[in-house]
Design a protein around this ligand. Structure first.
Ligand SMILES: Cc1cc2nc3c(=O)[nH]c(=O)nc-3n(C[C@H](O)[C@H](O)[C@H](O)COP(=O)(O)O)c2cc1C
Length: 155
């Protein structure tokens, strides 16, 4: 399989952009930019995302009882770029609040979905993480979009 071509083909599917957050075993806040987020079920309320096995904070997400999906707005491209970087202590200079389950939440996100980890599936070079949504909230605004390997705004 031509991996580059396959990736480019998958990039024809336009998505929103999220930052998925949790806290690791040592209590450090983790965040990863992810566009693999998808809704799964309304009853029970389930969502999923996929994490690459090479991700530095993989063990934090696999072991986390709770995580959050922060859906980014059109104004949060810099946040998306920041959380796509490979850095220790990625939240060091990022404004955030922490929920009752010690999960960091990014202010001004279009939506927050606070989740309890429900299932983890080993799948190729990723794990699929399924979360039960225990709390959610949304605001109005334009989303950050990802399409064709780049950031886009709604025209
Ligand atoms: C728009 C966009 C979407 C991404 N989606 C995912 C994703 O769904 N799952 C994932 O594991 N990595 C995804 N990444 C890559 C991660 O954000 C990036 O590899 C990670 O933050 C780097 O962490 P590490 O180097 O500390 O392992 C995406 C990156 C971008 C820019």
């Amino acid at each position: 399989m031509d991996t580059v071509g396959f990736r480019q083909c998958l990039g024809m599917f336009a998505t929103g952009v999220t930052v998925v957050t949790c806290t690791d075993e040592a209590g450090q806040a983790c965040g990863v930019t992810a566009n693999s987020f998808s809704s799964v079920s309304l009853e029970p309320p389930l969502v999923l995302w996929n994490i690459a096995k090479v991700t530095r904070s993989l063990s934090a997400y696999l072991g986390a009882e709770h995580f959050a999906i922060n859906v980014l707005s059109a104004e949060q491209k810099d946040i998306s770029k920041h959380f796509a970087k490979s850095e220790t202590n990625i939240f060091a200079d990022v404004e955030h609040r922490v929920n009752d389950d010690k999960v960091p939440l990014i202010p001004n996100a279009l939506a927050h979905l606070e989740c309890r980890t429900d299932q983890v599936h080993d799948c190729g070079d990723h794990h699929i993480i399924v979360g039960e949504v225990i709390s959610y909230r949304k605001t109005d605004g334009a989303p950050l979009l990802f399409f064709g390997g780049g950031y886009q705004n709604i025209a």
